[in-house]
Design a protein around this ligand. Structure first.
Ligand SMILES: CC(C)(COP(=O)(O)OP(=O)(O)OC[C@H]1O[C@@H](n2cnc3c(N)ncnc32)[C@H](O)[C@@H]1OP(=O)(O)O)[C@@H](O)C(=O)NCCC(=O)NCCS
Length: 141
């Protein structure tokens, strides 16, 4: 069944967090509920959900900072992977970013997530010669 791609809406929080847990995207140093709240306060229209038969099947949190587009929380329910849902989410996110004038989209993959690197390469993403640095401003724990 074809997934419907839509903006995150009220009632999605619980299933979306469940999806992220099922996909291993929840880590102790990030509170997923706070991540959702922050996104809804900043740019809710870039928070995408894939729905099949009325249930949340996937998510993709895009962002645009005026220079680069970003993709976070790309996830598809394990029992629905391999059906084109992530491709549909990514296509949609890229279209919306492009419509905003975003010239390039980037994303981060944990070093340990080697399977997903192949997925992104397959969809046209290439390795960049950069090291990502980070600094925590608000601890979630
Ligand atoms: C990565 C993930 C989102 C892919 O979702 P999916 O719905 O199974 O992907 P799709 O079915 O849309 O696949 C799209 C294309 O990528 C290919 N693909 C999927 N996984 C792949 C992999 N691991 N390696 C290479 N190609 C892959 C598919 O064959 C398909 O190719 P096609 O459209 O040319 O036929 C999913 O596996 C997932 O949720 N993983 C766990 C969460 C995660 O690690 N997210 C990334 C965080 S950075």
């Amino acid at each position: 069944m074809k997934a419907k791609i839509r903006i995150f809406q009220e009632g999605d929080q619980e299933p979306v967090i469940g999806l992220w847990r099922d996909c291993g995207l929840v880590v102790p140093w990030n509170d997923p509920a706070k991540d959702i709240q922050r996104k809804l306060e900043d740019s809710p229209e870039l928070f995408l959900v894939a729905e099949t038969e009325g249930f949340v099947a996937g998510s993709c949190m895009a962002g645009y900072d005026g220079h680069r587009g970003w993709i976070f929380y790309m996830a598809v329910q394990p029992d629905q992977q391999g059906c084109g849902i992530a491709r549909a989410l990514l296509d949609h996110a890229e279209t919306v970013l492009k419509e905003r004038g975003c010239p390039k989209v980037e994303l981060m993959v944990r070093d340990t997530n080697t399977k997903v690197l192949e997925f992104y390469r397959h969809l046209g993403y290439s390795d960049e010669p950069v090291k990502v640095l980070g600094k925590r401003l608000i601890p979630d724990e």
